[in-house]
Design a protein around this ligand. Structure first.
Ligand code: SF4
Length: 378
């Protein structure tokens, strides 16, 4: 069976921004992977010199074993001038691409498989922002493999910005996509966190996603309608799952509150971690912080969304792609979190516009990166 990937990312090629080798992104690596990497390093003198750092270089983040970081950089990241003019990965340099842990090789791809074999045990993992690597169980012809791309990678964010057409998955062959699943899932998927709530199979989840993509496709130039759809989604996440045209809902006052200081820090830090961000992000830091954390009126929110509603819709398309298969939370919980991320994106546009130049090639690519780092309270 082919592998489904979102069309905007078919041409993805790593541009070595290396944001994935720095805080807040952590690279998981389990003991089996450590042993495999050690065996590859042991083949050369340079690699053998790396072994003590490899074995001592782990800590645990939210229960996931990951490479340690020193001064916010992965312990294996060589700074400019150490291995060449550009920053580089020691493991890659000393033992080739095979010496990378699966999470490092895959990033920013987040590859999930829905197991067809009911006897196979699913492998739980952390959130997509902290992917966990594991040995894949054998493929079955009826397994479904889907990949989504994490917008915390500036290259992926740029590709999405450049292709704000209605969203679609396309099928590629396994040969064209040699990236192993890091998450195994099995239907049915929980729709709500309530006990005994209904569940959905894969076909139903795909129908829901298609309904939302079709809805967003026809509302790409209508900021007020987009925001009302988001509000409806937040209040009635399951009823509003497959809207033909949801009734305008009041925008809840809680959605107009400022971001919490923790949330605003995620956004600011993500912006500051972008490569080549220039000095102005630092200079505007407190102004951006103030705008993100102050309450906003519904009118201002709509005006901010009006800057580029089709790009807000593209961001939502991308978030919908994660539904069910790629995010372990019940669908209703995920949808609420998604609304908060979308609102953070819109507020960020309001805070940044005319204040700072773009680090990537458009404002929204920067904001896609920043809003993706936000892990809001559902
Ligand atoms: S091991 Fe290498 S590729 Fe992976 S996060 Fe560290 S520096 Fe980056």
């Amino acid at each position: 069976m082919g592998i489904q990937i979102p069309r905007p990312f078919v041409a993805y090629q790593c541009e070595r921004s290396l944001v994935c080798c720095k805080d807040p992104i952590r690279a998981p690596c389990d003991p089996d992977e450590e042993a495999r990497i050690a065996a590859l390093l042991a083949r050369t003198e340079l690699g053998r010199a790396r072994l003590p750092i490899l074995h001592a270089g782990f800590d645990e983040v939210q229960g996931v074993r990951a490479f340690k970081q020193v001064d916010h950089d992965c312990v294996h990241l060589a700074r400019s001038g150490e291995l060449g003019p550009e920053p580089a990965c020691h493991l890659h340099h000393e033992a080739g691409i095979e010496a990378l842990a699966p999470a490092c090789r895959n990033y920013p791809r987040w590859v999930a498989r829905v197991l067809d074999d009911p006897s196979a045990a699913p492998v739980a993992s952390a959130s997509p922002d902290a992917p966990s690597a594991h040995e894949s169980s054998p493929a079955h012809p009826e397994d479904t493999i889907e990949a989504v791309f994490l917008l915390a990678c500036p290259t992926a964010a740029k590709l999405l910005v450049r292709d704000p057409a209605p969203f679609a998955f396309v099928e590629v062959t396994a040969r064209a996509f040699p990236f192993a699943p890091v998450r195994d899932e099995r239907a049915p998927f929980a729709l709500s966190p309530e006990p005994a709530a209904p569940t959905a199979d894969l076909a139903a989840i795909r129908q829901l996603r298609h309904a939302w993509w079709s809805y967003l496709a026809v509302r790409r130039d209508d900021p007020a309608h987009l925001l009302h759809a988001l509000a409806a989604w937040y209040v009635h996440p399951l009823e509003a799952l497959a809207p033909s045209d949801p009734a305008p809902a009041e925008i809840l006052p809680s959605l107009l509150d400022g971001l919490s200081t923790v949330e605003a820090r995620f956004v600011i830090d993500a912006l500051e971690n972008l490569p080549d961000r220039g000095p102005n992000y630092g200079l505007a830091r407190w102004d951006i912080w103030r705008d993100l954390t102050r309450p906003i009126s519904a009118r201002d929110l709509i005006a901010a969304c009006d800057i580029a509603p089709q790009l807000v819709a593209a961001f939502l398309d991308q978030l919908v792609a994660f539904l069910g298969l790629h995010d372990g939370r019940p669908v209703a919980t995920y949808l609420r979190a998604m609304v908060r991320r979308a609102l953070a994106l819109i507020r960020g546009a309001d805070a940044l516009i005319a204040r700072v130049p773009f680090a990537i090639d458009t404002l929204f690519a920067d904001l896609f990166v920043a809003a993706t780092h936000l892990e809001p309270t559902p």
